[in-house]
Every structure is written in C-alpha cells, then in structure tokens.
Design a binder for this molecule. Structure first.
Ligand code: GLY
Length: 367
C-alpha cells in the first residue's frame, strides 16, 4: 500500500506523488494514465540504466506499442543542449508523437533534461518522473522545473512543465553512496530551515536513523520534505515570490559549484551557501550567534562540508552575478529571520558576501 500526495497546479489537482518501497505498483500507476498501445521512452543515465531500466522495461512490457530506453552519459557536464538534441533524434527515429510518454528515471539531471525534452518535443509530450536520488526525490522532481545548463550557468534554458506522475521508490536510495545521499540531504535540511522549524528539529533528533537510511524514518523524511515543497510550488508555481525561498543557499552555492567545476556535489555547495546565508542573517542581527553556529554545526553529522578550500573569492563573487537568480544587477538573496522562516532580500552587498565567504573558507582557523 503506497502513500500518495496530490500536487495542484493553478489550483487544480495536477499530478500525484506516489511514495513506495519498490517498483511493483509502477505498471498500474502508468496504466492509469491512459497510454495503452502508445510508445514509452525511458530516459535515464548510464549509471542508473544498469540498476533499474531492465526491471522497469520488463514491468511495462505487454500493454504498450514499444518500451525503449535511452541513456544520457552520467554527470552534470552532460546537462546541455547537445545531449537534448540527441534525445530528440532518438525519439524522431522511433516516430514518437505527441500522444506517447517519456519516463525520467534517475537523479536531478535526468529529471530536468527529460522534463525539458517533454516540454519541447512536438511542443509538449507527457512525462513521468521516477526519481532515484535523495535530491531528486525531495526537491527536483516536484514542481515542474526543467532545463539544461548553458554557458556555464546552471539551468539557464528551461521551462516550467508538470509531470503526469512522480513515482518514488524509496529503496533506490540504498544504491546511493554516502556522499550522494548527504548531498541530497542538504535540500531536505534547507526545507526545514526556510519553512518548518519543527521539521528541522525532527531531522536533528533522527540523525542516526537518517544516516543509517532507516526505511520508516527515510519515508517520513522524504514525504515531509515533499509536502513542504508542494505547498510552496502550489502557491507560486513560476517563482514570482515564495518559490524563490527554495533558492536558500543557492546564490553562493551555485557560484561555488561552478567555481569548483562541478567537482563538488550540488548539495555540498548548497550546504556551504546556506551557512554563508545564515552568517549574513546573523551579522544583520536577524539570527542570534547561537542559532548561526547551530545551523552551521548541524551540517557536520549529516556528512556535509562547513568549509571549503582553494576558493578564489573574487571569482566566486563574480559568478554570483551570472547566476540567473539575479534580477538585472540586483541579487535576490534568501536570508533567515529565524529557523523555519526565510525571506528574499535584494540588498545583500558584495562586502557581506565576501565576509560570509571568509567564514566558510577559513572556518577552522576562526574556531
Ligand atoms: N529547486 C528549487 C525549485 O524547485 O524551485
């Protein structure tokens, strides 16, 4: 028996998120979408393909004209328009039309790219998300953001395009290594920090179970994290206001990620960016010193970095300007009023960001 949650779009039910522990319900869930006799393309990456694509292909066989798999080379460096073109060609060669279905099987990169293909191929085909990482289950598969990187800027080209279904098999998290799992956890922590102090406290109280991937605790964590995101994206699907809060930790986080040539994981950079944002919030008198140090130190038991080496501060600061979250020359920075309450501020200065970078670069020396 699966848990489910419906996500509204424009105040109407749009798609369900199914939370379960295997793929046994997938066939019926897809069947319920009404694509009998049509073609299905599972878009995945070369890592995830080896783990699950055969199982999913087999479970869907019989009811559809064809079920085929296309694997993108794994890695953020392949999240580009050249790879998108290859997917279009794959679909064209197999005569996919507007009535067929795409399935995104994998992490955030696969979900964003498949969603972008779905939004644009023949001006829009249906797609399903099967997120297999903690980051994609708790964040990127919900809310319809799709896209690719361009010119070194993350998600520079994209579209808001809603999936028909998000199917989460929580047991796929067991295939993640500790670093990938921790990286996804940064987004979970972010949801608590920006919207829900009780959830933040619950995460800390359950840190051992979370790190051990206790199935019941992980299920509760993923569902609660998705519910926070659901409320935000329902209220502001196209990021005019509240959805910007989800960018907490991302202004400096994205800049560090790019500066490090994507060698650090996204969530690791978000953790550093969140610490920097909390530092600025403290220095502005919004958070107490105790709150700041608690936020910073709570990333440690979840195996996330609180400091970073080999950073050229000027280069990172310059990269914040090319982040697409900036509005003309003003950066929309997300700060904390308190744990569980974030707000957008466009007055954060270069000097404040520089001091925040000093804090995360030299943190060990400062103690
Ligand atoms: N990952 C942030 C958002 O979906 O808006």
């Amino acid at each position: 028996m699966a848990n489910r949650m419906t996500v509204n779009y424009m105040e109407k039910p749009c798609y369900d998120i199914v939370f379960t522990t295997d793929f046994s319900l997938l066939k019926d869930e897809i069947s319920g979408l009404g694509f009998k006799g049509r073609k299905i393309a599972i878009i995945t990456d070369t890592n995830v393909e080896k783990l699950y694509s055969k199982e999913i292909e087999n479970s869907l066989s019989g009811e559809y004209d064809t079920v085929v798999t296309y694997a993108i080379p794994a890695g953020e460096e392949h999240k580009n328009l050249q790879e998108i073109e290859k997917i279009y060609e794959f679909l064209m060669e197999r005569h996919f039309d507007r009535h067929d279905l795409l399935i995104a099987l994998g992490g955030g990169v696969v979900g964003d790219m498949t969603g972008f293909v779905a939004a644009t191929y023949l001006r829009g085909v249906s797609f399903v998300q099967i997120p297999t990482t903690l980051l994609s289950q708790t964040d990127s598969s919900i809310g319809g953001k799709t896209g690719v990187d361009l010119g070194g800027v993350k998600n520079m080209v994209g579209a808001f395009y809603m999936p028909r279904l998000v199917y989460m098999n929580i047991s796929t998290l067991n295939s993640l290594d500790d670093r990938q799992y921790a990286s996804g956890f940064a987004e979970v922590m972010k949801h608590g920090l920006i919207k829900d102090e009780n959830f933040y406290t619950w995460l800390i109280d359950n840190m051992y179970e979370i790190n051990d991937k206790d199935p019941d605790v992980v299920l509760e964590m993923v569902m609660h994290s998705c519910d926070i995101k659901r409320v935000v994206v329902e209220k502001d699907p196209t990021e005019k206001a509240d959805r910007m809060l989800l960018n907490f930790g991302h202004t400096l986080g994205h800049a560090i990620e790019k500066h490090k040539n994507f060698k650090m994981f996204h969530g690791e950079c978000v953790a550093l960016g969140a610490i920097a944002a909390a530092f600025i919030s403290w220095k502005r008198g919004l958070l107490s010193m105790e709150e700041y140090y608690e936020i910073r130190d709570m990333f440690v038991p979840f195996n996330l970095p609180i400091s970073v080496e080999d950073i050229d501060k000027e280069a990172v600061l310059n990269l914040t300007k090319s982040d697409k979250k900036s509005d003309s020359d003003k950066i929309k920075f997300v700060l904390l009023k308190k744990i569980g309450k974030a707000f957008v501020d466009d007055t954060v200065t270069r000097d404040e960001m520089e001091k925040a970078l000093d804090e995360i670069i030299y943190i060990e020396n400062n103690d």
